[in-house]
Design a protein around this ligand. Sequence first.
Ligand code: SAM
Length: 369
Amino acid sequence: MQTKPGNVPRQKRYLDEMFGVPLQSLWLDIKPVQSQSFEKLRYDTQKPEALLERIINLSSNENDIVLDCFCGSGTTAATAEKLNRRWITCDLGRFAIHTTRKRLLSIENVKPFVVQNLGKYERQAWQTAEFGDAQRAAAVVTQYRQFILELYNGRFVDGYSWLHGVKDGRMVHVGPVDSPISPSDITQIAIEFRKATGTGKDAPKVAAVDVLGWDFAFELNEVAKQQAQQANITMRFIRIPREVLEKAAVEQGDVKFFELAALSVDKTISKRTVTLKLADFVIPPDDVPQDVQKAISHWSQWIDYWAVDWDNKGDTFHNMWQTYRTRQDKSLQLQVAHQYDQPGEYAIMIKVIDILGNDTTKTLSVIVH
Ligand SMILES: C[S@@+](CC[C@H](N)C(=O)[O-])C[C@H]1O[C@@H](n2cnc3c(N)ncnc32)[C@H](O)[C@@H]1O
C-alpha cells in the first residue's frame, strides 16, 4: 500500500466480511411493541413479531409445524404464517382466541385454519366434588343430569343414552361437563329421537329437543339447527349458565338458561351473482355485562366481524371474504355480493363473530344459472 508522506494508512472492513458476534443470551436489540405501533393489539403481554421471527427462523424450516400453547394475542402463529410455517396454537382465554383469529385473518392470503373449542376442565372437578368420585361414574353422571334438569324445570327420564329429560313436551339432552356439544352429538340425538318416537312411556310427543350445553363446538349453532330441521326436529341450543357452579345462586333460584345467538341472513340471486345481507343477530343476554348491553342500540353492534365461504365443501371454513371493525373504522359492512364463474349449486357458509368472541355459523344453499 502506498501512502503520501505524513498520511496514516487506514484499513477498510466491510460488515459482510466480519465473523460477527454470536447471539448472546440477552437480546436487547429487539424493542417491545410500542404503544403507537401498527402491530399493537391491546393485549398486555403481546410480544414483538421481530422477536418471534428470529426464534422461528433460527429453529425451523418452511412447512415445519410451530406450536405455541399459550398464544395470547397470537404473535407466534401470525409470524409462523408469514414465514410459511404451519402452526398450532392454544389459549384458555376466549379473548386471546378472538384476538388471535382476527389477527390471522387480517394477514393477506392466510391459509385456511380451524378454531376448535376443546372444553373446560374445571367443571370436572366441580362435578366430582358435588356428586362423588369417578368410581361411581355412571351414578355421578345421572345425578348431575338430574340436578341440571331440576334447575331447567324439566323432568328426568331414564332408558335413553342421548335423551335425558322432558320439558313442556320437548325432549332434553344434558351435555357433559368436560367437552362441548359437537356436530356428531347432534347426529346421535337425532338418531335416538327418531327411534324413540311413538314407543314407551317417555316417548317424545313433540318433534323438538332442547340441547343444554356448557360449551358448543364453534361451528355448531345454526348449522346443527338446520341439520335437525332436515330430520324434522326443532332443536334449541341452550347454554348451561356458570351460576350452576355457585351454591348461593342455585339456592336463590338465580339460574337462568339462555338460547345461543341466532343469525338471519337474506339472500338474493341474480344470474350468477348472489347477494347476502345480514338481517338480524340475537345474542343471549347471559354473560353480557349490563353496561355493554345498554350501549348497544342496533343488533349489528354485537358483530365484530363476519366472513363468507362461497363454496363450502362440508370441510374447513375457507375465508373467501371478510369484513371487520378496526380501531380506525368502527363501521361494519352488512351486505356483500359474489359472482360465481360457473353455474351450479353451492353451499355458502357464513361465520359471524360477536364482540364477545363467540362464533355463529350458518349455511345457505344457492343455485346459480
Ligand atoms: C404471556 S401470554 C402470551 C403472549 C403472547 N406470546 C403474545 O405475543 O401475545 C400467556 C397466555 O397464556 C394463556 N394461558 C395461561 N395458562 C394457560 C393454560 N394452562 N393453557 C392455555 N393457555 C394458558 C393466558 O391466557 C395468556 O393469554
